[in-house]
Design a protein around this ligand. Structure first.
Ligand code: FNR
Ligand code: 8K6
Length: 347
């Protein structure tokens, strides 16, 4: 059973994973007030160390990257110390763990960091802020080009900090309508400078971040998550497809550890992607190692690997509900069903 899912995979000369199940990045909002990861978080991740790769919950690269309460950071010495406890606990159990590097851009509010949120353009999201009753997202401020240079540097420093904290690598969060994704979609990028207006310009900042992070920690240790289909904090535009096709052609030259699709339900199809699913579009336009995700059962994930739809599968909500997911699937035991109530505690 599940022979594909439980076969090891060599990503590159640096990293071999013991199986093809990744723990999807899952924001839990359980870090301390100063955004330092806690001992409870170390125990939570260590309980899941038998997956091939743990991708940490999204972790902010600097103060104005925050858009949810109590998310962890990776930009202060205390953050590095807290994450070191997490990575030590995971490594003691034989696990491998990447840090997901995050900037939310316009999906934020000044209550989190005292300044107006930043984005590609001054285009607001007409949505309420989850877990913050009564708050809606304000119109962000468009980043100046000098500020973009600084951000590129901040991503690279966060990647170096992740390695200092013992992470085996990093996943750049370029998905789900957050900052990098805001540059990649026409709905949120109306810039008229070298970062907007054409596919070449729209991929410039995200690619510069990828290159700076590669320079900091090496391509073998860098993954990237993308959402070519606009489904979260984003509206689709038929022109988006060309932006992602160019980006994927460029990424193919860079030997990343893997590319990962950002989607909640991979049965969704997108008009802007010629009716394709997000994973189908990425697989068709990218030659390297590809990680599927999005409401997959173990059976479907195993079959997806067998059919060549993806090389690894990230599992999210079932791993919140079942810390012993790998053992249960291997032994053919029933899984506990996920319930959003489970987000209240770190089990
Ligand atoms: C998520 N997801 C998510 N994605 C991401 O890139 N970074 C993150 O920090 C989070 N946080 C997060 C929190 C919670 C509570 C949920 C449910 C989801 C999306 C997640 O990685 C994954 O794409 C989806 O959950 C779909 O996979 P499953 O759960 O159907 O296996
Ligand atoms: C990435 C930050 C996530 C913050 C935590 C909120 C997660 C809520 C998860 C609810 C899951 C419902 C899935 C519905 C899919 C909708 C796609 C937009």
């Amino acid at each position: 059973m599940h022979t594909n899912l439980f076969s090891p995979v060599t990503l590159n000369p640096t990293l071999t994973l013991k199986n093809r199940v990744a723990m999807a990045p899952l924001t839990r909002c359980m870090a301390a007030a100063d955004l330092t990861p806690t001992d409870d978080m170390a125990a939570y991740y260590a309980r899941r160390a038998d997956v091939g790769l743990i991708i940490s919950e999204a972790t902010i690269i600097r103060a104005d990257a925050q858009g949810y309460p109590n998310v962890p950071g990776i930009f202060r010495p205390s953050h590095i110390e807290g994450w070191q406890k997490v990575t030590d606990a995971v490594h003691e159990k034989g696990g491998t763990i990447f840090c997901q590097l995050w900037h939310v851009g316009r999906v934020s509010h000044q209550v989190f960091h005292g300044s107006r949120p930043v984005s590609a353009s001054a285009i607001g999201l007409n949505e309420r802020i989850p877990r913050m009753p009564g708050l809606t997202y304000p119109v962000p401020r468009a980043l100046g080009s000098g500020e973009i240079e600084q951000l590129i540097e901040d991503y690279a420093v966060a990647a170096s900090n992740s390695r200092s904290a013992g992470f085996d690598g990093v996943e750049i969060h370029g998905a789900n309508g957050y900052l990098l994704d805001q540059f990649l979609h026409y709905a949120s990028n109306h810039r008229e400078d070298e970062f907007g207006g054409t596919p070449e310009n729209m991929v410039r900042f995200p690619l510069a971040v990828v290159d700076a992070v590669i320079a900091a920690v090496g391509a073998d240790r860098v993954g990237l998550r993308l959402s070519p289909g606009a489904y979260a904090h984003m509206t689709e535009d038929p022109r988006d497809k060309a932006v992602f096709q160019l980006l994927l052609a460029e990424l193919d030259k860079r030997d990343l550890a893997y590319l990962h699709v950002g989607i909640f339900d991979d049965s969704m199809t997108f008009d802007a992607l010629d009716g394709m699913r997000s994973s189908e579009f990425l697989r068709a336009n990218y030659k390297g190692t590809f990680m599927g995700c999005g409401s997959y059962t173990a059976d479907q994930a195993d079959q997806g690997i067998a059919e060549g739809k993806f090389d690894l599968a990230a599992i999210g909500r079932p791993l919140i509900a079942n810390p012993d997911y790998i053992q249960r699937v291997q032994q053919g035991e029933a899984l506990v069903e996920y319930d959003a109530e489970m987000l209240k505690t770190l089990v």
